[in-house]
Design a binder for this molecule. Structure first.
Ligand code: ARG
Ligand code: ASP
Length: 729
């Protein structure tokens, strides 16, 4: 081979390893035309970028709604019907459930608009438009500015921009940083505040498989629920009022009855929360080797204790189901993340990217200012390592997984109100807490909490770098064991009792402070808080700020130095589009996952009376008689499918859309093997999980008999139509 040829081959193989695979990326709707339209069309999409995002006409984006701030939802009827996940609507469904009328257990279907349930506090936010405001917000900012100056200038620019910007009635504006602070976009939004619960399947469908199946493929969860947006008589946002009417959207998604086939184009449109795709090798290493292991170890312990108690009796199981689910959700994700990074050689890939970057920088005088970026980042991360580790240990051992600390932070808020905002606010906050005191403590079990606290404190003591040990704890442990220490705290504390907590919230500020002073659990909490704010943070914040600065510079440099790659900004809870295909995958050597599951799998997993795998008798009957209506396929009922769309937390409830703009599924999860997509998307094992739209319709129509809801929707046959058209030609 000639040298020239060899170089070409080398370059080709080199770059193809950096190639942006079909599924990677969470793209900005505004930039779709310039960055993605061609790729999307090449993959089979029949829409134009303008059909997806337009400010001149109704487009897909007008049907995409941020649900309550943390999830996504979409409008599926001309009357503001809103589809999201069961796990996104969970709090509202549970809130409307009681022993006599347990809609969590039995499901609920409003027979008419009047029957729909009010959900106080729930919001639905539409994006009116977005704008690139980088040049306005970065005006006067120099590349050599000190970080503090930079921050101040940007803040000033934001304030001026917001003041000048002309918003229409009911519109709101916020700005967000993209590409680690190199670019800024403004979002003009409209938030609806009257959103009502319309329907939900029973938990045995909406949460089928619960925590055991969470993050797992093959999956059989009908994770959906239905709401409706209400507006005033002018179709504008309004607080709840009986006179409000269903919202008439600019666009709603038709629903396809044609199902999916392997290789079909899909896109997921929603509000992904947070990703970190551009970390250097050292940044990823710290997540994988420092952060995740300690989190996993702590949570494994907490979950095993909870599980023991939950298995012993029904009441405890119910009481802790929600907190078990939340501790376990992240726990499972982190395990999957670490395994995935290992399996796909994630660290090596980051290493290669760093090396290529460095090699090009070293070879080009124009890039000389980037010379030390990667190594500086590495040394900053290393300086932070011990502190991050300590912070993680404290947070996992004494905050996130121990319930008692939650009401302490509530009390702290009340105390701080007096210290910062004066007595009037203190009294307001104190009275609020007074009302909530018993409810707060009602989900609490002293015995379990104490056992978890003891076990986690033990791990914390073992794992904590000596010099970062809370001095108060070190002193205490000179005289007693961890167990004796914790037992003492709980025995002498009065704050784990609802009545005592209520009494506390009747006191004046000074009496409250005095009462707290003598409470040992409070003392510990307060010492910990103080240590966090005054010792740990003082050391770690400057390092973190430096990392933020370096990451911003590195991001900009990366885009310049390796320009052949297309860059999407990390997720930041703003509206994004991911696209990929319906496709199965091979999780490990010798095994292969298909792309689709069926109702048959529910019956395979069925465990009578189990709280995770029980099946509703009506569903069994429909299965036995194959009564799938117009929703079945070859005598089977499709249930869920997977695809290579790049998604993350926040994408729950996002619509999966076909090549023509119709809803084909409802995103709700990812496969366990591929949860490392947040830091290292790899198309070989990263898949998002969607409920098949036909299963949703089947449950509403055949299972619940809520035909009136089906009649509101627009059901279509895009595949049949397109083949008819082809034949005509
Ligand atoms: N894993 C999904 C997500 O991250 C679903 C979580 C809700 N379900 C559960 N069983 N905890 O949010
Ligand atoms: N289950 C997640 C959510 O609730 C989605 C994900 O992490 O893939 O947003």
């Amino acid at each position: 081979m000639k040298l020239q040829h060899r170089i070409l081959v080398f370059l080709f193989t080199f770059f193809s390893s950096f190639r942006l695979f079909g599924g990677e990326g969470m793209w900005l709707p505004l930039l779709l035309k310039s960055l993605n339209e061609a790729d999307m069309k090449a993959m089979g999409m029949k829409l134009s970028a303008e059909d997806i995002y337009s400010i001149n006409k109704g487009s897909l984006k007008d049907a995409i709604v941020s649900f309550g701030g943390g999830c996504t939802s979409e409008i599926i009827s001309p009357n503001g019907l809103l589809l999201t996940n069961h796990h996104c609507g969970y709090g509202y469904i549970a809130g409307h459930s009681s022993v006599e009328n347990n809609i969590l257990k039995n499901g609920f279907w409003a027979k008419s608009n009047a029957d729909e349930k009010i959900c106080g506090g729930l919001t639905a936010t539409l994006i009116v438009r977005m704008e690139d405001v980088s040049s306005t917000l970065l005006k006067g900012v120099g590349s050599q500015d000190f970080e503090l100056d930079r921050k101040a200038k940007i803040e000033k620019n934001v304030a001026a921009f917001k003041k000048e910007y002309k918003l229409n009635k009911n519109e709101e504006l916020f700005v967000r940083a993209f590409y680690n602070g190199n670019q800024y976009f403004a979002f003009i939004t409209k938030t609806f505040k009257d959103v009502r619960l319309v329907g939900t399947p029973p938990e045995s469908i909406g949460k089928f498989g619960s925590d055991t199946d969470n993050w797992v493929w093959p999956r059989h969860t009908g994770d959906f629920s239905i709401f409706r947006i209400y507006a005033d008589k002018n179709n504008e946002p309004a607080e709840y009022a009986e006179s409000n009417v269903p919202y008439q959207p600019k666009h709603f998604l038709p629903i396809s009855l044609d199902g999916v086939a392997e290789g079909d184009f899909t896109m997921v449109f929603g509000f992904p929360g947070r990703t970190n795709e551009y970390l250097t090798e050292e940044g990823v290493r710290q997540i994988v080797e420092v952060q995740n292991p300690i989190r996993i170890r702590m949570r494994e312990k907490a979950l095993s204790i909870l599980d023991q108690y939950m298995r012993k009796d029904e009441a405890t199981k119910l009481k802790f189901a929600a907190s078990y689910a939340s501790i376990s959700n992240a726990y499972k994700k982190w395990i999957g993340e670490n395994q995935g990074i290992k399996q796909t050689k994630g660290l090596e890939k980051k290493h290669e990217r760093d090396a290529l970057f460095q090699q090009r920088v070293d070879a080009n005088a124009n890039f000389s200012e980037y010379k030390n970026l990667v190594s500086e980042l590495e040394s900053q991360y290393k300086s932070l390592e011990k502190l991050s580790r300590a912070t993680e240990i404290y947070a996992e051992a004494f905050q996130r997984n121990v319930s008692v600390m939650n009401f302490y932070s509530e009390i702290k808020e009340v105390m701080t109100a007096q210290e910062v905002r004066g007595e009037k606010i203190f009294i307001e906050k104190r009275n609020e807490l007074h009302e909530q005191a018993e409810a707060l403590v009602s989900g609490f079990n002293k015995e379990i909490d104490q056992e978890i606290f003891t076990a986690l404190a033990q791990i914390a003591v073992e794992e904590m770098p000596k010099e970062l040990m809370l001095p108060y704890l070190r002193e205490q442990l000179k005289q007693k064991s961890v167990n004796e220490f914790v037992v003492g705290l709980y025995r002498e504390s009065k704050l784990t009792d609802g009545k005592e907590l209520k009494k506390l919230t009747e006191l004046s500020y000074s009496d409250m402070a005095a009462a707290l002073k003598t409470d040992p659990l409070w003392q510990f909490y307060d010492e910990l808080n103080y240590y966090f704010a005054n010792d740990l943070s003082k050391q770690s914040v400057p390092l973190q700020d430096k990392i933020v600065e370096l990451r911003r510079k590195h991001m900009a440099a990366l885009m310049q130095v390796i320009p052949e790659k297309k860059y999407y900004p990390d997720a930041n809870s703003t509206m994004r589009i991911s696209f990929g295909r319906v496709e199965g995958f091979s999780p490990k050597d010798g095994s292969c996952y298909k792309y689709q599951t069926y109702l048959d799998g529910v019956m395979e997993k069925y465990i009578p009376n189990d709280y995770e795998f029980d099946v509703h008798p009506k569903l069994i009957e429909l299965y036995n008689t194959k009564s799938y209506g117009q929703y079945g396929e070859n005598g089977k009922m499709p249930l869920a499918f997977i695809g290579s769309n790049h998604t993350t937390g926040g994408n729950s409830g996002s619509p999966a859309i076909d090549a023509y703009g119709n809803l084909i599924g409802l995103n709700f999860d990812r496969v366990w093997e591929g949860t490392m997509s947040d830091i290292n998307y790899d198309v070989s094992i990263c898949r998002n999980i969607m409920v098949d739209a036909r299963y949703i319709l089947f449950i509403i129509d055949e299972f619940a008999g809520a035909k009136h809801l089906i009649q509101e929707m627009k059901l279509v046959h895009p595949k049949a139509n397109s083949s008819k058209k082809k034949k005509k030609k």
